[in-house]
Design a protein around this ligand. Structure first.
Ligand SMILES: [Zn+2]
Ligand SMILES: [Zn+2]
Length: 267
């Protein structure tokens, strides 16, 4: 199980500062997992080393996304979330108030099978096959994958069926979606951290940048709105001027008030 692109991270990784020591279960596998930005699709935000015997929950708890903080500030934080890896939804249902996000998807797959099949076909078939289909008609009997739903905290990385380098999904706070890639997999070696409590190890963390106004994309954001019907995003960031222009009329009265607004502080 040693990958060809063997990379030693040991030099870059410091031992965990956590006092607790939990022995690694041998033989152990180390996986390198990448997390991508929710809107800037090709920007990697984090990279981790996780152990094969760790559960998906342990990774989820280390994923940092500003949407979590925004929703927390807005008093609308939702503990739900899932990973979609191959055909399996791994739902985080630890919190009693957590929602099974995969349920409406399964309902849709059941109730709108034709629509789902069409979407699946356009995802899986290339341009050539689509052209062939236009000329000779459908030749293959396309089937939707047999999707399943499982509890996230019941699943360890070593129980997963996955392909190295394939794009999977992490979804949280309703519809904040991140691509996840398992980039590498190898056996643990002597230079690795051998304290289970130290994992997942953060190998890379994108530095937070200045949040710009979503409207003019020039000035620093000073306000953030949630569930704002005229905003292009949810949450939406505004500079002082753009916020005023969108939300206030000529007589300086608020045009609508069925949304939440907060002062935005840069970290
Ligand atoms: Zn997110
Ligand atoms: Zn602006």
């Amino acid at each position: 199980m040693k990958s060809l692109r063997f990379t030693s991270y040991a030099a870059k990784v410091k031992s965990p500062s956590i006092g607790e020591h939990r022995a690694v279960l041998y033989p152990e596998v180390v996986l390198c997992v990448e997390v991508y930005h929710s809107s800037r699709k090709w920007v990697k935000t984090q990279e981790f080393l996780v152990l094969g015997h760790q559960t998906l929950i342990e990774l989820r708890d280390k994923i940092h996304c500003s949407t979590d903080q925004v929703m927390l500030k807005a008093g609308q934080h939702d503990p739900s979330g899932y990973f979609l890896i191959e055909d399996v939804f791994f739902n985080d249902l630890r919190d009693p108030s957590a929602i099974d996000y995969s349920e409406p998807i399964f309902d849709w797959l059941r109730n709108s099978k034709d629509e789902a099949l069409k979407k699946w076909e356009s995802i899986t078939t290339g341009e050539l096959q689509q052209k062939q289909k236009a000329i000779v008609g459908a030749v293959t009997d396309l089937q939707l994958p047999q999707f399943k739903a499982v509890d996230m905290h019941m699943t360890r990385f070593c129980d997963l069926t996955f392909r190295l380098g394939a794009g999977y999904l992490y979804c949280h706070q309703g519809d904040c979606k991140h691509a996840i890639v398992i980039r590498d997999m190898r056996l643990i070696h002597s230079e690795d951290v051998h304290n289970r409590a130290g994992y997942p190890i953060v190998l890379f963390q994108l530095k937070s940048r200045v949040q710009k106004c979503d409207v003019c994309k020039i000035y620093r954001a000073t306000k953030v709105t949630v569930d704002d019907k005229w905003a292009q995003k949810n949450p939406c960031y505004f500079c002082k001027d753009c916020y005023f222009l969108l939300h206030y009329g000529k007589d300086e009265s608020l045009l609508y008030n069925d949304f939440s607004v907060y002062d935005y502080q840069h970290d």
